[in-house]
Write a protein that binds this ligand. Structure first.
Ligand code: NI
Length: 387
């Protein structure tokens, strides 16, 4: 069975919602207008329970099926936009300079609303579906805020599923893998405190630029010499702040960077080695290192059994040949990882065609994906909560 007929019928209406949300992007936790739009729609559809203010501005809608198995599965969408100025020139382009739906969360929210409408109309399942609309996916850990607000326990959510659009994968296709699918995007700031002086008298200084330059190279040993070659790790120094002019050796230098890993073991190893290498090299030259290492969201790890369920639903909608079941992981981060730490589940990519890359000012969500997204959510819920 391909796309559900009703989902195809909903495509026009859901595209309008999507374009409205696209015109009115909101950042991080400040998604008040988006959350109230979601709340209004869920109530209009006759969803049984709508709870707002979970994880500050998150919304959860509960739709109960005909049968009362007592089981509940969670379907999650993110609502927030990015601090970026849109240059698509589309009629529905952002009305707010410096804010833009450049990651397609407008599409995610709209597709889950479309699924909510369908599920509230049909209720062909045994148990309940929790429709999760979260704030602050983009660096604000909104998923964690909802989890810490007791969302899983409060609604009795047993499994949780997420979806992200992916430019470059054709519309009508899905991609997923078991295990790590998105990276842990950790970050570090290393301040090297040396001793400044005249550039003509380096022997009277402890030169933090010289030390920092060695550190930039040596950190690559983590990828080249410390981790198993079959385990992914990316280390990038992305900023090097030091000095003022030609003839002064400064007192200090600061390196900024990111570490991306696909397993918690590699993640732990990478952090330990960043600290050891920084302290070792800086200390060897008689300077001091202050290391600020910040762990952001965990690795997004798909659970085996739930990944099979996701593949089953996607294959039903798009055809088995249109589901890549062993896609390469992405080294970007995704805070749905926090939900997958608490409950089994799976995160899937839905093709979004030839649009510009995510987080690019030319990006726009391709509405042709909407009927696939709605059909996937609906069939996943109906299969997991079969009568
Ligand atoms: Ni995103």
């Amino acid at each position: 069975m391909p796309i559900l007929n009703r989902a195809a019928e909903l495509q026009g209406e859901v595209s309008e919602w999507r374009r409205y949300l696209h015109e009115n992007p909101e950042i991080l936790y400040e998604v008040e207008n988006t959350a109230s739009f979601v709340e209004r729609k869920l109530k209009e559809f006759g969803v049984d329970e709508v709870v707002t203010g979970i994880g500050r501005t998150g919304v959860v809608g509960i739709v109960r099926g005909r049968g009362t198995s007592g089981r509940t599965i969670g379907l999650r969408a993110d609502m927030d936009a990015l601090p970026l100025t849109e240059i698509t020139g589309k009629p529905w382009a952002s009305r707010t300079p410096g804010r833009m739906h450049a990651c397609g969360h407008d599409g995610h929210t709209s597709m889950l609303l479309g699924a909510a409408k369908y599920l509230a109309e049909t209720r062909n399942f045994n148990g309940a579906v929790a429709l999760i609309f979260q704030p602050a996916e983009e660096g604000g850990a909104g998923a964690l805020a909802m989890v810490e607000d007791g969302m899983m326990e409060r609604f009795g959510i047993e499994e949780v599923y997420g979806m992200h659009n992916m430019p470059g994968i054709p519309v009508g296709r899905f991609a997923i893998r078991k295990g790590g699918i998105m990276a842990a995007p950790d970050r570090f700031t290393i301040t090297i405190r040396g001793r400044g002086g005249h550039a003509a008298q380096p022997h009277k200084t402890i030169d933090p630029i010289f030390i920092g330059s060695q550190l930039v190279g040596s950190l690559q040993a983590i990828a080249a010499r410390n981790t198993d070659p079959l385990r992914s790790v990316v280390i990038s120094v992305t900023r090097f702040d030091a000095g003022t002019t030609h003839n002064i050796i400064p007192d200090q230098a600061t390196l900024w960077g990111t570490v991306r890993t696909l397993s918690e073991e590699t993640r732990d190893l990478a952090e330990m080695r960043v600290r050891q290498i920084a302290e070792g090299i800086v200390g060897a030259h008689g300077a001091e290192a202050a290391i600020d290492y910040e762990r952001k969201c965990p690795v997004t790890v798909n659970h085996d059994r739930e990944t099979e369920h996701a593949i089953g639903a996607a294959a039903e909608v798009a055809g088995a040949s249109n589901v890549d079941t062993d896609v390469d992981p992405a080294m970007a981060g995704e805070d749905f990882a926090f939900m997958l730490q608490r409950r089994p589940g799976a995160f899937i990519f839905i093709g979004n065609g030839d649009t510009a890359p995510l987080h690019n000012p030319h990006y726009d969500f391709d509405d042709e994906a909407i009927s696939y997204g709605i059909s996937y959510w609906v069939r996943l819920a109906e299969r997991r909560l079969a009568e």
